[in-house]
Design a binder for this molecule. Sequence first.
Ligand SMILES: Cc1ncc(COP(=O)(O)O)c(C=O)c1O
Length: 357
Amino acid sequence: MFKYKKVAENLEPYKIPSTTNYKYKMDMGEWSLPIHTSVTDELKNFNSLYRYGVLDDGFNNLINLIKKYNGLTNKNETVLLTNGSDNALRLILELFATEESKILIPVPSYVHFECMLDTFKVKEVKKPYMNYNLSNEELNDFLLYELSGEYDLCYLVNPSMPVGHILTIENLKHMLSSYTNTLFVVDEAYIEFTKNTTCASLTEEFNNLIVVRTFSKFFSLASLRLGYLMTNPHLIKLLKPYYNYKDITKIAVNCATQSLLHIDFYDKNRETYFELKNYVIDNLEQIIKVNDKITDYIMKDGMYFTIICKDPVDLKKHFDSYSIAVRNKDSDIKGAVRLTINEKEVMEKVFETLKKY
Ligand SMILES: Cc1ncc(COP(=O)(O)O)c(C=O)c1O
C-alpha cells in the first residue's frame, strides 16, 4: 500500500458556505459594496487569458502600491502576493508548522486556518477561548497572559472574527517586544472595517511579525483570489521555496492595482459601512429591549454582527422562512447567529424580519 498522511482519514474538510435559493445571503463572507468602474473596465478589456501572470512592471507597480497603502518604506522584498490570503496562511504553515512547534490560536477564530493547521503535525495547539464580553483592553491582558506559555507561533485575527475585538498597534507592539521568540501572524482581513490602521509598519521594527491582508473583503475581489503577506526580507527568503508565482494572475494584479489607485472611492464605501454599523446598533438596541427571545448582540469591529438568542436553530428557521440565509454560530458562542453587514435595503429587510420574530 502506498503511504499517505494517516491524519487525513479523520479530518473534516473545511466547508464553504453554499446556501442556494435564498434571496438574501447574510451568511456569506464577502462584502458587496460597489467596485470602481476602472476595475470592471479591466475585466472587460482583459485579453490575455491564455497567459500565466508575469513579473512585469504591472506586478512590481502593484507591490509598490501595496507598500504605500500599508506605510512600508523598506525598499527590499517585504511583500509576497498570494492566491487569496488563505494561501498566505498556508504558506506560513508550510514553513513554520514543524513537529516541534507550539501554536496558540485564540478562538473563536478563522475556522479555515484551524482546518489547514490540522493537516500539519505539530507539537501542541492551544486554543484559549476569548469571551465576547471582554473589552478590547481585557482581551489584550488575557492574550498577554496566554502568551506566557511560550509559543512558537501565534495566529491573531485583527479585528477578530466573528466577534470583532481589536488590538491596537500599541497592544501588538508590546506583545512583539515581550515575546520575541513567538512568531506573530496577524490576519487583517477585516481591518478596513475598523477605525484602526494596519500594523504592517511594525514588520520594519520587529522580526517576529507577518501581516496578512486580502483584496477579497473591503475591495470586493474575492473571485480573483488575491491576498498578500508582509514581513521582513529574511522571512520572505525562507518562505520563497514554498511559493508559486503562477498562483498570481495578471487579471487579479490589474484589478487590485486599479482598486488601490482609486482608494478615495473605497473610502466612501468605508463611510457607508460606518453609517450602516450605526443603523445596525440602533436597531439591535431596540429589539433586545422588546424581544425576550433575543438576549444580546455583538457589533464591535469588522464586517459581521451577531445576535445572541435563546434558540439559534429557531431563529435561523425564522430567517429561512423569509429567504434570509444566516449562520448558526452556536458552536463558537452560545446562542449566536451571525449575519454579514450588507447594503441598507437588505439591512432594512433583516430588521423588518427580526421585528416579526
Ligand atoms: C479572517 C480571514 N482570513 C482570511 C480569509 C481568506 O480570504 P481570501 O483567501 O479570500 O483572501 C478569510 C475569508 O473569509 C477570513 O475571514
